[in-house]
Design a protein around this ligand. Structure first.
Ligand code: PPS
Length: 374
């Protein structure tokens, strides 16, 4: 009798322990699941992880350096596009500093930024021009808390349009209410199909064009190609169709890109002038804060990026960022920006300047802005 009482008491006790244990285990499972979800790991879509971003920067740009457009093309083009790069592209961010603490800091910030919000089509695109100063502009804009941008150039509207709009949207970083999604691909400006395609995405897209003296731009373009192909013919050999008559070869892309009025005409068939902002590449170097003020106004953003953010780096010869967001170190653009240009004979530059003059005047007239290149 006494024994069965004890046995019954033991059984009840055992059951209680068992049910407590199962409640406890359920709690652990729930808490773990919640923790994973909050860290963005329970979506069906693969989630950005910092190591992928770091990997991308190492692969395509090296630390503290951004890829040249041509490097991007090599990475993305030729049918060798791969899924991990799509993920990488969507996650690449401004964080190119060398400070490990900053990286850690940003790791948690970025995981929050990459968990909340949604991927939207860009409301504003830097469409050109190659070698105009597009990277500097994008990096300066990314300090703004209400701007989120793809780090690498997506080349959707020129090279990867057949991948579809959803593919493109998926490349974008997540944004919260009130934040602007942006990307930059300078080749859009000279791509015939790009205006119609951007218009088909959204007629409200804001278009930013960084323009620079087309002669200097052509030399900059040539310098970039020369770095990659040291055996390249001289600038004058490529620029002239006939060196005795001084006929300019407009089929050479370094020359053709600088005929801004022609490319703009193509865009104006789809977008009114009010949808464009023309940023002076020269002023972006001499007065970055002033130019950034115009850009922020155009984008409807609070003027957060001001002269406090810049300092002039004498060695580099360019304005650099004092303290990029999330970093304790100053940062300049990488080695592929601000390369020394080769010496081009004065006569060649003068001839090129004469060639561009009428196109420049037309461009000033079209934009209502004298860029002072003549
Ligand atoms: N702050 C700052 N730091 C470094 N470089 C600067 C900066 N602002 C403008 N620039 C000018 O940007 C030129 C490169 O232009 P892009 O970034 O449009 O080039 S690319 O088309 O993306 O390859 C690059 O051209 P090069 O000097 O010929 O290299 C620079 O003159």
């Amino acid at each position: 009798m006494g024994c069965s009482k004890w046995r019954a008491a033991l059984n009840v006790g055992h059951l209680r322990v068992q049910s407590r244990l199962s409640v406890f285990l359920t709690m652990i499972v729930l808490v773990t699941y919640l923790f994973y979800c909050l860290n963005g790991l329970c979506d069906s879509v693969p989630r950005p992880v910092f190591t992928q971003r770091a990997h991308l920067h190492e692969r395509i740009s090296g630390r503290n350096e951004e890829p040249d457009a041509a490097q991007d093309a090599a990475q993305l083009g030729g049918g060798t596009f791969n899924a991990s790069l799509v993920r990488d592209l969507s996650n690449s961010d401004t964080n190119n500093n060398n400070n490990e603490d900053d990286d850690d800091n940003n790791n948690s910030n970025m995981s929050i930024a990459n968990t909340f919000g949604s991927k939207k089509f860009p409301q504003a695109i830097i469409i050109g021009v190659k070698k105009g100063g597009t990277r500097a502009l994008l990096e300066f804009l990314r300090i703004h808390p209400d701007v989120r941008a793809v780090g690498a150039e997506p080349h959707f509207f020129d090279r990867f349009y057949d991948k579809g709009l959803e593919w493109y949207r998926n490349l974008m970083p997540r944004t919260l209410e009130g934040q602007i999604t942006m990307e930059k691909t300078p080749s859009y400006f000279i791509t015939k199909e790009a205006p119609r395609r951007v218009f088909a995405m959204s007629r409200h897209t804001k278009l930013i064009v960084v323009v620079r003296d087309p002669v200097t731009r052509a030399v900059s373009d040539y310098t970039q190609t020369l770095t990659k192909s040291p055996g390249l013919p001289s600038f004058q050999n490529l620029a002239f169709r006939n060196s005795t008559t001084g006929l300019i070869d407009t089929s050479w892309s370094a020359v053709r890109i600088g005929i801004y009025s022609k490319h703009l005409e193509n865009w104006l068939r789809f977008f009114p002038l009010s949808r464009f902002l023309f940023v002076s590449g020269e002023r972006l170097v001499t007065d970055p804060a002033g130019e950034m003020g115009r850009v922020q106004d155009f984008l409807g953003l609070k003027r957060v990026v001001t002269d406090k953010h810049f300092y002039f780096n004498q060695t580099k010869g360019f304005p650099c960022l004092k303290k990029p967001e999330g970093s304790s170190r100053p940062r300049c653009l990488g080695k592929s920006k601000g390369r020394p240009h080769p010496q081009i004979p004065d006569g060649v530059l003068l001839r090129l300047r004469d060639f561009y003059r009428p196109f420049n005047l037309k461009f000033y007239q079209m934009t209502g802005h004298n860029f002072g290149w003549d």
